[in-house]
Design a protein around this ligand. Sequence first.
Ligand code: ACM
Ligand code: ZN
Length: 544
Amino acid sequence: MNKIIFALAALLFSATTMAQQSNEPSILPKPSKVTMGLQECFFVLNPQTKIINKLEDKDAKVVTKEINSLAQELLGRNLKTASSIKEDNNIIIKKNGSLATEGYILEITPENIIIQAKSTAGAFYALQTLKQIVPIQAYETPLDLETVKLPTMKVEDAPHFAYRGFMLDCSRHFWDVETVKEVIDIMALHKMNRFHWHLTEDQGWRIEIKKYPLLTEKGSLREQTTTGHNEGFDGIPYGGYYTQKDIKEIVKYAEERFITIIPEIEIPGHSLGALCAYPWLGCRGEEGNYKTWSLWGVSPQIVCAGKESSFKFWEDVLGEVIKLFPGEYIHIGGDEAPRDEWKVCPLCQKRIQENGLKNEAELQSYVTHRIEEYLNKHGRKLIGWDEILEGGVSQSATIMSWRGASGGIKAAQKGNYAIMTPNDFCYLDYFQTKDRKDEPDAIGGYVPLSKTYSLNPYDKLTAEQQKYIMGVQGNLWCEYIPTPMQLQYMALPRLGAIAEVGWSNPAPESKDVNKFIERAKHLSRYYAVFGWNFAKHFYDGVEQ
Ligand code: ACM
Ligand code: ZN
């Protein structure tokens, strides 16, 4: 008898589980835990739904604003707010100090939606989840609906990594304020929280520095741009830069979406924009005949590390950058620095001798140390590309690993913090399909969605070393990306994979590429209603 009852109970349980599973919404990045309510139970969002925001942090109003932007989209109006519960039909947001910093609990009951979070960021992420629980039809035909039915459930969620980033190159092609804001919106939906803004380059300096006006007056302009893969020139002058006012506007916009901006000022290479504006920065001075570059690739010119005036320049620039960007990290580039000019520059060689340095790699390291001291003195921390490891690096520098994962592994082994952006997984400027047939031209490489998703940031690291991996980042270099539409096409859907590697459990055994791809496909319908372009290449490279 007992056996029969057990068998019946097991059957009932599995039937319920199956019903629940089929009902479970597709949420990307995958949440830690979702428990579905009964299938026939819904919360009905309607114009009478009230917001009861009990968060007390100074940024708490951002949450009300975010709910209202969703209400505008779905119901064509803002919701009323209330300070206490009088009757059902509320979205209640309250603090729960026992949750993880960016974690949240989202409960959708027939009576109310209840969000608990430790920080306002957590509540904001609960709303990003809610946006994906809203059935796609509610966005596709919004104003036909007076109400939106939301399935009942409980989502308990928190990110794995504290750093979930995206880098945008604004130098090879310049992106206006609206385009950058849209990138920030895309990141926010994916619960990403670090925007690495690549602002200076051989091909153009893009940030206004009041003390050095020629950086933008001259250094932001190039005479023309190469066509194809350095095959010809288009003969069209090109330029653009962000005023400090633009930057403040974008920093605030990002802050309201819990995204910290990490500005990147390239030191000492990738600097033709600066050299064109102020030739005295170069080893060859006026004789250098520096011109903002019209080719792709890395120019052989470099800022002189022998002159004190170069350090004064870098510190002045960083002084203004620090005032514009409140985040704790400043990225100083350091990648691909062509050190040949240093080999023949008397001042650089004198610096090497006087400081007992072995070679030019150590001279770069000398530069990095001095810049780091300056940043630390001003309460900031330094991030550099993995090349800064080459001549020796201080214990406090953070390494961004791009030439594969080896730089990040080396950093973690020696106890430096690292961010994983290995090019073979995270370079979103690479082709998305093997045959490249229906893709626009790209820089090269091959990184399908499944490859990005397969990144294990902890690969080859012991449990102790894993503690030094701060997180992951997708990088979008923009040599071959001339329009905002193409920018989004290259970023999506692969940014979803970066987001999921950063947010969800990265252990290979907890991942399932086919299920991830289903989530990515589902989310792409939301991209479409939000007006974002995306590549349709979901399955390339995946064993079916
Ligand atoms: C890089 O791709 N040069 C960091
Ligand atoms: Zn020099």
